[in-house]
Design a protein around this ligand. Structure first.
Ligand SMILES: Nc1nc2c(ncn2[C@@H]2O[C@H](COP(=O)(O)OP(=O)(O)OP(=O)(O)O)[C@@H](O)[C@H]2O)c(=O)[nH]1
Ligand SMILES: [Mg+2]
Length: 450
């Protein structure tokens, strides 16, 4: 991670496509580009053209033409990394894009590490750490809601609240530290009250942010939903319905599904990890019995169970036993095969996987389960990740200690210590305090070229 290096990578996904983009960033980006680029018509070298302009020509390796390209010249600091950047749009072939990259490497650039462009954007102050993480969240988002929250975080919604809390802690800390220099003077009661109120307000902010952790987890990893029930109830049919595609095998033979099958669906914008399982019954052969064992594991790991019942067959003792196994997990009883005609029971929801009746209502119920206990914020919606949750939990613990200390007249140096811990932990979210190890851990999860 040497900032004086000029780095290069293919920024588009591997594989064949219409275009590929090779990104070059660093102090010699323009010099590197000039070495490999021959303009389509006579003109100045790329080093001489205005910023934010596009140029047609050829990438050449020695005398050989590698590809016909469009080159975008972007001079820092108005770039993603804040450094001079050149983006080469070439044909989207695996070999072609690879050769353009190799030409850039032969012309003086070094291959970028995963996430290195974004890491430079962070180091150069273009993004804070929460915003940099939002870039990865946005790239990985698989539902509209996940993408919207990631975009909000990229725009600084979370950072704004974090900075507000941290700023007010720093103010209190400055005040307390000033008093440390004059140990004989106590903080005046009036001032003490103002400082305590400020800490309370900061704690309120931090707690408010912490309450979005559950939503953040679901938006990033999905709500785990296991589809369980007796053989032939229609579990695989339900999976296919919710996915909107023919993913799992459906047959009239009881015991069709053996292995568990996992797919992510978007339900009202929430990512939901649906797990289809083997129907639970006695006297299964060895293969099916293993499937049933896995079904129970999947049910144990799920946050929501869809217990599918063949309505024509009704609620059986085996259903009762299955229900008993998972009392601790939130369960929705799904009465399937409503098209065959039956009297709906009070508990649960009636659907037909055959006709699609009731499926929309079921989606609403799943989405409601995903948001249960969540505050739905109207304004700048935020939903934090696990790293933020851990840091803020440490921060709020220290802040609670500081508030208690302020109230009980504990020595000011101890109060200052807790305040420093609190401000430090809150600051970790936006990377005000970040070790190289932490940055390595975060950016190594990025894709190459980002
Ligand atoms: N009439 C009707 N038949 C359905 C409905 N849903 C599923 N079926 C039929 O019920 C049979 C079993 O469906 P599956 O989805 O394979 O049931 P399953 O619960 O996955 O069964 P196993 O994998 O064996 O445990 C198939 O013949 C489906 O076509 C429905 O809503 N109405
Ligand atoms: Mg099945």
């Amino acid at each position: 991670m040497n900032p004086s290096d000029t780095i290069a990578a293919i920024a588009t996904p591997p594989g064949e496509g219409g275009l590929a983009v090779i990104r070059i960033s660093g102090p010699s980006a323009l010099a590197v580009a000039d070495r490999l680029f021959r303009p389509g018509r006579v003109g100045p070298s790329l080093a001489g053209v205005p910023s934010h302009t596009v140029h047609h020509g050829w990438v050449t390796a020695g005398e050989e033409r590698v590809d016909e390209v469009l080159v975008t010249v972007l001079r820092g600091p108005r770039t993603y990394t804040r450094e001079d950047t050149v983006e080469i749009g070439c044909h989207g072939g695996v070999l072609v894009s690879r050769r353009v990259l190799e030409t850039a490497l032969a012309s003086g650039a070094r291959l970028a590490e995963p996430g290195e462009f974004t890491r430079r954007a962070f180091v150069n102050g273009r993004l804070d750490l929460a915003q940099a993480e939002a870039v990865a969240d946005l790239i990985h988002a698989r539902t509209t809601r996940s993408a919207r929250v990631a975009l909000g975080q990229l725009q600084g919604h979370l950072s704004g609240r974090i900075n507000e809390a941290r700023d007010s802690l720093m103010l209190v800390l400055a005040h307390v530290e000033a008093h440390l220099d004059f140990p004989d003077e106590d903080i005046a009661p009036e001032t003490g009250r103002v400082l305590a109120a400020r800490m309370e307000a900061a704690l309120g902010l931090v707690r408010g942010i912490l309450r979005t952790a559950n939503e953040g987890r679901i938006l990033r990893h999905g709500l785990r939903v296991a589809i369980i029930g007796l053989p032939n109830a229609g579990k695989s049919s339900l999976l296919n319905r919710l996915l909107g595609e023919d993913r799992a095998i459906v047959t009239p033979i009881a015991g069709t599904t053996r292995d568990t099958l996992e797919e992510t669906a978007s339900v009202r914008g929430w990512p939901v990890v649906l797990v289809d399982t083997a129907g639970v019954r006695e006297g299964a052969d060895a293969v099916e019995a293993e499937g049933i064992r896995r079904a129970r594991i999947a049910a144990g790991r799920a946050e929501l169970l869809l217990h599918v019942v063949d309505a024509a067959r009704g609620w059986t003792p085996a259903d009762e036993a299955l229900r008993g196994e998972s009392r601790g997990t939130r369960t929705l009883v799904v009465w399937n095969k409503a098209d065959l005609g039956f009297v709906a029971s009070s508990e649960g929801i009636a659907v037909s996987c055959l006709t699609g009746a009731g499926i929309d209502a079921l989606r609403d119920r799943i989405a409601a389960a995903a948001t249960e206990g969540m505050e739905t914020s109207d304004g700048d919606e935020i939903a934090i990740g696990s790293r933020h949750r851990d840091a803020l939990t440490r921060g709020s613990d220290a802040l609670e200690r500081a508030i208690a200390a302020m109230q009980s007249g504990v020595p000011l140096d101890l109060l200052a210590l807790d305040l420093r811990v609190a401000a430090g932990a809150v600051g970790e979210v936006v990377g005000k305090t970040a070790t190289d190890d932490l940055l390595d851990a975060i950016f190594s999860t990025f894709c190459l070229g980002k």
